[in-house]
Design a binder for this molecule. Structure first.
Ligand code: EPZ
Length: 419
């Protein structure tokens, strides 16, 4: 297993380009199952989760071909509608093949994702609303066995603006008979990105970017056409590098992303004293003196749960007493014990973490537990005195493309060692 060795305190300099969004491309790749024509995806990020989704699609019969920065997926001849446990257990987003398979083939067997480090993460909202579209759902042997004669449009109201459920239902609705309305749809930018992709393919969608999405089902899959598409930039990666610049009090240019996708993050950091120059597709971070924050994670456009761990590392070295309350997942403080090993002063009470700022972090061996917790450890290591050893970096490989190369390019002393 690989380990990262990061020597701090680091000073970052120069610029870093943000990769395309994992959380956009995963549903877009699943949506390719709807289309009998080739789909050409540009600059697919080299991430473990992307490779897992490609492997799953290949197992279903999708032809995958990479030429330069274009990956072509061809779902003309699907040979299976079963997503097996061995793949789904490594990546919950595999459940996103359920809607497209059911819509096109009237059948899908998808393993239940099972537990996850950050929470139970059920899929009841997905299943309840697919049933409203006409699916017969049977939970058998750890699998969702879904069948239908033909999905039929319906008026759906999500009990929670679930990102995955909105994506699954939107994809299913593109081939359902008649009109589907999804109320209380998630507002994350990745949802609009998927809707733009589906529309480019030929789907009929209204209300993109709002919490009420209307989809007019196509009558046949040949209504879909061959397309080329590039997803939006990864707003969580961009937020992570913003915090890397701030935690090292450096001057860094972070480019090739849309700052309006992280308004809530920018707002909190500016309130803490961050000094930014914000352009249409970049943010220049200047040296800043930072103080405390009190935040609650919430669905978009609120403060994203995926940046909670990273902010906690920053608050530990900023001045003052801070609080972070996590409202999206029930167990998303796995980074706290590891951050405390580096000298962060954090106390947990229920859904809230109370952070005493001003800590001088010291290097220590730490362990990754989940994707964003791992990012918090990397950020803390940038600030800690000495060389921090970070284990189980495969968690990081799920969502941060070329992390060690990008940090090295910013001037960080970082080594990746296979031990
Ligand atoms: C997506 O997960 C992201 N993953 C997550 O990013 C992100 O943290 C999450 O949205 C919230 O923004 C991808 O896009 C691949 P949800 P998803 O359905 O779709 C509960 C990362 O770090 N819920 O909005 O699974 C659920 O338990 C990952 O890149 C139900 O109860 O998120 C959770 O508490 C981590 N029933 C909350 O809703 C359901 O049927 C949010 O889940 C569905 C969800």
């Amino acid at each position: 297993m690989d380990k990262l060795y990061i020597t701090g305190p680091a000073t970052l300099k120069g610029s870093v380009a943000i990769s395309r969004s994992k959380n956009s491309y995963l549903p877009i790749m699943a949506a390719c199952l709807l289309n009998p024509n080739p789909v050409h995806l540009k600059n697919l990020p080299e991430l473990r989760d992307i490779r897992t989704m490609l492997n799953l699609l290949k197992k279903l019969g999708v032809q995958v071909e990479k030429k330069g920065n274009i990956t072509t997926l061809n779902a003309a001849n699907i040979t299976s509608t079963t997503a097996t446990y061995d793949l789904v257990k490594t990546m919950r987003a595999s459940v996103l093949v359920l809607g497209p398979l059911l819509a096109r083939f009237n059948k899908a067997d998808v393993s239940l994702p099972g537990g996850c480090a950050i929470g139970e993460r059920p899929i009841d909202i997905h299943l309840k609303n697919l049933t409203k579209l006409g699916a017969n759902i049977n939970l058998q042997g750890g699998y969702v066995e879904a069948t239908c004669s033909k999905l039929t449009g319906s008026h759906l109201v999500l009990t929670f603006p679930s990102v995955g459920a909105t994506e699954n239902l939107m994809m299913a609705a593109t081939l359902s008979l008649g009109k589907t309305v999804i109320e209380n749809a998630a507002l994350e930018p990745e949802i609009a990105d998927l809707a733009h992709f589906l529309t480019l393919m030929g789907a009929k969608i209204e209300g993109i970017g709002t919490s009420k999405i209307t989809i007019f089902g196509l009558s046949k899959i040949s209504d879909f056409c061959e397309v080329e598409y590039e997803a939006i930039a990864d707003r969580i990666e961009a937020s992570t590098y913003l915090i890397a610049a701030l935690i090292t009090n450096s001057q860094v240019l972070i480019e090739k992303f849309n700052p309006t996708h992280i308004d809530a993050v920018i707002g909190v950091l500016k309130d803490m004293g961050a000094n930014f120059e914000i352009g249409p597709d970049f943010i220049k971070v200047n040296k800043s003196k930072l103080s405390r924050a009190k935040i609650d994670t919430s669905p978009y456009p609120g403060f994203p749960t995926d940046v909670q761990a990273q902010l906690m590392a920053l608050l530990a070295v900023s001045e003052g007493s801070s609080r972070i309350s996590e409202h999206i997942f029930e167990n998303r403080f796995m980074h706290v014990p590891e951050l405390k090993r580096l000298g962060c002063q954090i106390e947990l009470k229920g859904r809230s973490a109370f952070i005493e700022g001003g800590s001088k972090l010291m290097a220590a061996p730490v362990m990754c537990t989940d994707l964003r917790a791992s990012a918090a450890l990397v950020l803390a290591a940038l600030s800690a005195q000495g060389t921090t050893q970070i284990g189980r970096v495969y968690h990081l490989d799920r969502g941060y493309e070329k992390l060690d190369q990008k940090l090295r390019q910013l001037g960080v002393e970082i080594q990746r060692v296979n031990e």
